[in-house]
Design a protein around this ligand. Structure first.
Ligand code: ASP
Length: 308
């Protein structure tokens, strides 16, 4: 059978077991499994890895459980500003949006940037206008409002503290992402986030930056990261995994291990990443206490986990 596989994440950080009731844990596992099934069904039918990662991320953006799309965190000004990117490993096409407001599915807009704009990354009002022109679905502020996120923000509002939305005993977690290998041997990666709670107005994280939080290359692997974006940007984390495989001949496991456990910690990089290589091998690794994650191969069995 031609191998194909998909993996997703819903954020990483200090996830406190005591904060997670069995019901809530189940809600997360179900949401991750839904996203996996959506992407898997497409791959099974011969769709592209690009379609599969977009579809899986949209499922996660639509649930308020995660910090992406609906349920995104608040910035220092009490607004939702979202970042997203998508990359096609065949041909190295990529698209991203940064600091966008009111876009229901930022990953959809990122794909449109890739396919229709002639650019790779568009930010703020420019991205909003492009969304409008492309008839991408918009929602009012109320759609993105989540009482828990508001409370999270209230705790740090007016200070200089930014928070990984999943750190510090918080109950809702996660930037979201997906990586996939399709039946045609192509890889793709997608990441979407509301960023970090109380982030500065128009701060941009690693997620929409190709090579930092998101990267795919048919020659090696597809990667989606989650964690404190500043460290992932400085480490050029996603591309570094590719580079270790391409130039040093490391396996996917080894390349991910080096970046997550050796390169990121000295930069105070806390978080993890999901990755798939051209053989369909999946690696889900993190240096934090937990990462919402899951994978599904050709057998169609959803394997989801939160803690180590
Ligand atoms: N990497 C994201 C950012 O810094 C946050 C996260 O992964 O939760 O914007």
């Amino acid at each position: 059978m031609t191998p194909f596989a998909i993996a997703v994440h819903g954020g990483a950080g200090t996830i406190d077991r005591a904060d997670l009731t069995p019901e809530r844990e189940q809600a997360y596992q179900h949401a991750l499994a839904d996203a996996l099934r959506r992407g898997h069904a497409l791959l099974q039918d011969g769709a592209s890895a690009l379609d599969a990662v977009e579809a899986a991320v949209r499922v996660l953006e639509d649930t308020p459980l995660f910090n992406a799309g609906r349920g995104s965190v608040f910035n220092a000004d009490g607004q939702h500003e979202m970042d997203a990117a998508i990359m096609d490993g065949s041909g190295l096409q990529a698209g991203g949006v940064a600091g966008v407001q009111n876009v229901k599915n930022p990953i959809r807009l990122a794909r449109r940037v890739m396919e229709k704009s002639g650019h790779v990354l568009i930010s703020g009002m420019g991205a909003f206008e492009f969304a409008h022109r492309e008839k991408i679905e918009l929602e009012d502020d109320q759609y993105f409002f989540d009482p828990f996120r508001y409370e999270q923000w209230q705790r740090v509002q007016g200070t200089d503290a930014t928070r990984l939305d999943h750190s510090g005993g918080e109950r809702k977690f996660g930037t979201v992402g997906a990586v996939a290998l399709d039946r045609h041997g192509h890889l793709a990666a997608a990441t979407s986030t509301g960023g970090m709670t109380n982030k500065r107005y128009q701060r941009i994280g690693d997620s929409p930056v190709i090579g930092a939080g998101t990267y795919a290359n048919d020659a090696t692997c597809a990667i989606s990261c989650t964690g404190n974006g500043e460290a992932f940007l400085r480490a050029v984390a996603a591309h570094d995994v590719h580079a270790l495989m391409a130039y040093k001949g490391l396996s996917l496991d080894e390349a991910v291990r080096v970046v997550v456990h050796e390169r990121l910690p000295p930069l105070d990089g806390e978080g993890g990443m999901i990755a798939v290589d051209r053989a369909g091998r999946v690696v889900l690794d993190f240096n934090s206490t937990g990462m919402y994650r899951g994978s599904m191969g050709a057998d169609g069995v959803a394997r989801t986990a939160i803690f180590r």
